[in-house]
Write a new protein. Sequence first.
Length: 358
Amino acid sequence: MNKSIAAKLTQLSVRLEELNRLLSSESITANLDNYRKLTRERAEIAPVVELYNAYLQSERDIHTAQEMSSDVEMREFADAEIRDAREKLVRFGAELQKQLLPKDPNDERNIFLEIRAGTGGDESALFAGDLFRMYARFAERQRWQIEVISQSPSEAGGYKEIIAKIVGHGAYSKLKFESGGHRVQRVPATETQGRIHTSACTVAVMPEADEIMDVVLNPAELRIDTFRASGAGGQHINKTDSAVRITHLPTGIVVECQDGRSQHKNKAQAMSVLAARIRDKQTQEQQSKQAATRKSLVGSGDRSGRIRTYNFPQGRITDHRINLTLYKIEQIMDGDLNELCSALMSEHQAEQLAAMAE
C-alpha cells in the first residue's frame, strides 16, 4: 500500500478513537449541533477504519501462514491460507482506495431537474415527456419525492420545458451524470411512411443550493415581476397575479414559477431554482477552467455534447461517454436506471483513481 494512503488511514483510525471518546462523554448532548456533527463524522469514518483493520488482519494472516509453511506437514495448508489472504488484501486495498476518493459535497443534496425539447419539433417535446416520466419512475423506485416547479406543455403532448424538484437521500449522486444532450431515434406516431426520425432534448441536473451558505442573492440585483398564470387552474388562477418571474440582472438568468396557487409559494420556489442555476453556472465555469488541464470523462457537464442515444427500433440505449450499450430500452424508459448510473459512477471513480496514481 502507498505510504501516503497508509498514513491517511492511520490518522483516521486515531480520529475514530477520539470520536468514540467524545461521543461517550456524558456532556456530549449539551450541544446538539456539535453532537450531530461528530455523529456524522463518525458514521463516515467508521466503515473506512473497519475496512483498514480487515486489510491489516490479512497482512498478519499472511505473515503467520508464512511462518507455518516452514513445517512440511503444514505447508499445503499454509500456502492455501497465503493465497486466500493475498486475494483479500488486493480486494480490501482496492476498496480502501475508492473510500479515500474525494467526496463530492453535493452528493447527498436534493436536485432540480430541467428537461427542454430541442431539435425535432413535436417529437422532441414528446421525448421530453418520456424522459420526465423515466426520471419520475426512477425517483418513485428510490422512494424520493418529486414536485413539478414549472412546465410548458406542448400542444401535441409532452413538454417544451419542464422543471421539477426531486427530494431524496443521494439524489444528486445518482443523477448528476444525466446532464447533457439526449438523442432519440424512432418512428413518430404522426409519421405515415414509417420513417425513423432523430430528435433531441437537453437535461440539466443541479444540486439544490443552501439558501444561506452557497449563493447570496442581492435584492438590488433582482427584478421580480408578477403576472396571471396561464393554462388550467380554475377561476382563482385566472383572476390573481400569482405567477412570478425573477430576473437575475448580473447573469441574465430568468426563472418563472406559476404552478402554485400562492404568489408567496411561487416566489420561494423561483428563488430556489434561481439559486441552483447560479450555483450551477459557477460550477460549470470552474469545471471549464479545470478541463483545460484535465478533461473529465463523465463529469464535464458539457450540455452541447450528445451523451446518450435512445434507439427504439433496435431496442437499445447507448451512453457515448463510456461506450456502454444496453438492449433494455423498455425497462430503462420505465425508470430502471441503476445499471446506467452505476456504470457512470464506476467510470468516474476509475478516473479519480488514475488521478490519485499520478
